[in-house]
Design a protein around this ligand. Structure first.
Ligand SMILES: [Zn+2]
Length: 222
């Protein structure tokens, strides 16, 4: 067996729905065809392929040196994530890959370390070449995975805003604010009626006064 020192992560640089209907095996077969027919290699360059649903498919046998990262093939395992089209080296992993895929990659790292040694390091193709592949900084992603793994799996604390009583009082406050609002708008409407009423009354009154004055004037009152 080769002396494995690192895992190098790649991507197929395909769109998220690439050969979705055909399935993971067909996708792997297509990449193999590119590498064999187009590149003239003996086999697919990667050792494993991780499909969008998290399925991990074996590719080139592990005992054989891969063809994926110039200058680093002899002591590494090349793993390819399905997707990554249009990605850049500084994107977040979750921008381009499914949670199932990333969980599978993390499992892949653990299994590989258990088999070949805990000192195995994990890199992205972009650590060794001026390329976007696999479309995120693998070392940063690994660090965040390690932090998550180390975090004690305690029951999540319920935040004050999530408690039922706070929620209930929040609801009652909202309800009272709502009814106050309804009351205010009701008052507004009443006020409108009053204003309209007064306006109407003053017109009637004005006409009446005018009539009375006209009457008085006609009777020679002023
Ligand atoms: Zn690559």
């Amino acid at each position: 067996m080769r002396n494995i020192k690192k895992i190098i992560v790649h991507c197929s640089a395909t769109r998220k729905d690439w050969l979705d209907v055909e399935g993971a095996a067909a996708q792997l077969q297509e990449i193999r065809r590119w590498h064999v027919e187009d590149n003239g290699w003996s086999d697919i360059g990667y050792h494993a392929y991780i499909a969008r649903n998290g399925e991990v498919l074996p590719a080139r046998p592990l005992k054989r040196k891969g063809a994926h990262t110039k200058g680093h093939n002899a002591d590494s395992i090349g793993v390819c994530l399905a997707g990554g089209f249009g990605s850049s080296s500084e994107d977040r992993a979750i921008d381009h890959y499914t949670p199932a895929q990333l969980a599978a990659l993390w499992e892949f790292v653990k299994v590989t370390r258990d088999k070949f040694g805990q000192e195995i390091t994990v890199h992205g193709h972009n650590d060794f070449a001026n390329k976007a592949c696999p479309g995120f900084p693998v070392s940063r992603w690994m660090a965040s995975q390690c932090i998550q793994e180390a975090r004690p799996k305690a029951a999540p604390r319920v935040k004050a805003t999530q408690s039922k009583t706070v929620k209930a009082s929040g609801v009652s406050i909202a309800a009272s604010v709502g009814s106050a609002g309804a009351m205010l708008s009701g008052l507004d409407q009443t006020a409108q009626y009053i204003v309209l009423g007064f306006a109407g009354l003053s017109i009637v009154l004005g006409i009446y006064v005018m009539r009375e004055r006209l009457k008085a004037w006609s009777e020679g009152w002023h």
